[in-house]
Design a protein around this ligand. Structure first.
Ligand SMILES: [Zn+2]
Ligand SMILES: [Zn+2]
Length: 334
């Protein structure tokens, strides 16, 4: 019966995994309100599961998420958790520090792998060149190898810093009138500022005239921040452990507070403390990723409330009918 999406009629993918539903690869659950949804892989709408043994199913999904799951992204309300080949979306109660560490630990490892892809070939090439040069010059190898590490590091940071910042429309500098062609390294001089009309606002410094020349908000501001912070956080001074950053987010009182706090101080990204920079990158990233999930959840929750409403109405009706029948039965016959 519960086999196809109620919104687009597509058959559900997956086999329900820990839920025992027999369908679904992406499952959303709310332990506090006792809700379980199968998320459609085609239209990504949330399908509320039937009531019978829903609570046991939610328990099983929650246990899988807690014991073997890996948190990919999280806001205060929503966490996306990978468990085997399933996506488990937990909505409701937050668990800040634990989540951030998981997520960021994973991101740092990915970044490390990305770095190795560049660093290893560069090192091999440079060692070859270096040995040749050293043999010719008759010099010692030790000093060269020691310098090599730093050289390769610099090259890698240069590559990340040189990445173009992709914006829907490049801003024009209010100061010198030039089109701002931003690279990730230019964003280090940008500042997060308070803005009454936007959740995130960034003032950019012009690569040409070096003065502040444009303000971005919304999606563009987030994009600029993500690339600029990624660059700063791969630099030598920027490398910090995920736990430190998670603690910073926690101390301030969550990712939104951190963003506000940074905006209030109006410092350039470059002058933020490294663990704060990492925490800010984490906060900005999480927002972008789970904002969409949160929107979907609110929509699904509205529908669930309506479903609960109609259900209790029909239960009341049944109760009423039973009472009527009893009364009829009680009437003296003949
Ligand atoms: Zn659908
Ligand atoms: Zn300019």
């Amino acid at each position: 019966m519960f086999r196809t999406c109620a919104f687009c009629n597509a058959p559900f993918d997956g086999d329900g995994g820990p839920s025992g539903l027999g369908v679904g690869r992406r499952l959303a659950f709310d332990e506090w309100r006792g809700r379980l949804w199968v998320v459609c892989s085609r239209c990504s709408r949330w399908n509320l599961t039937p009531l019978d043994d829903r609570l046991e199913r939610i328990d099983a999904v929650a246990r899988a998420a807690r014991d073997g799951g890996r948190v990919v992204a999280a806001t205060d309300q929503v966490a996306l958790i990978r468990w085997q080949r399933y996506d488990l979306v937990r909505v409701g109660k937050p668990l800040r520090v634990e989540l951030s560490t998981w997520r960021y630990g994973e991101r740092l490892r990915t970044r490390q792998r990305e770095r190795m892809k560049v660093v290893v070939p560069l090192t091999v090439a440079a060692v070859g060149l270096g040995i040749a040069a050293n043999v010719v010059a008759g010099g010692g190898l030790g000093v060269f190898v020691w310098n090599l590490h730093r050289l390769v590091d610099q090259v890698y940071i240069g590559i990340v810093g040189n990445r173009k910042v992709s914006l829907t429309e490049p801003p024009i500098c209010a100061n010198c009138g030039n089109l701002m062609q931003l690279r990730a390294r230019h964003v280090q001089h940008a500042r997060v500022v308070p803005d009454a009309h936007a959740e995130v606002a960034v003032v950019l410094s012009c690569p040409k005239c070096r003065r502040e020349g444009a303000q971005l908000t919304g999606v563009d501001a987030v994009q600029v921040l993500r690339q600029g912070l990624t660059y700063l956080n791969v630099t030598r001074s920027g490398r910090r452990r995920a736990e430190d950053a998670a603690r910073v987010v926690d101390q301030v009182g969550g990712p939104d507070r951190l963003l506000h706090d940074v905006a209030r101080r109006e410092l350039t990204l470059r002058s933020l403390r490294p663990e704060r920079r990492l925490a800010l990158e984490m906060a900005v990233d999480e927002r972008a990723e789970v904002e969409e999930l949160e929107r979907q959840w609110r929509e699904a929750e509205e529908i669930a409330e309506i479903a609960d409403g109609t259900l209790s109405t029909s239960e009341q009706l049944e109760e009423e009918l039973r009472r009527l029948k009893r009364n009829l039965g009680d009437q003296p016959s003949g």
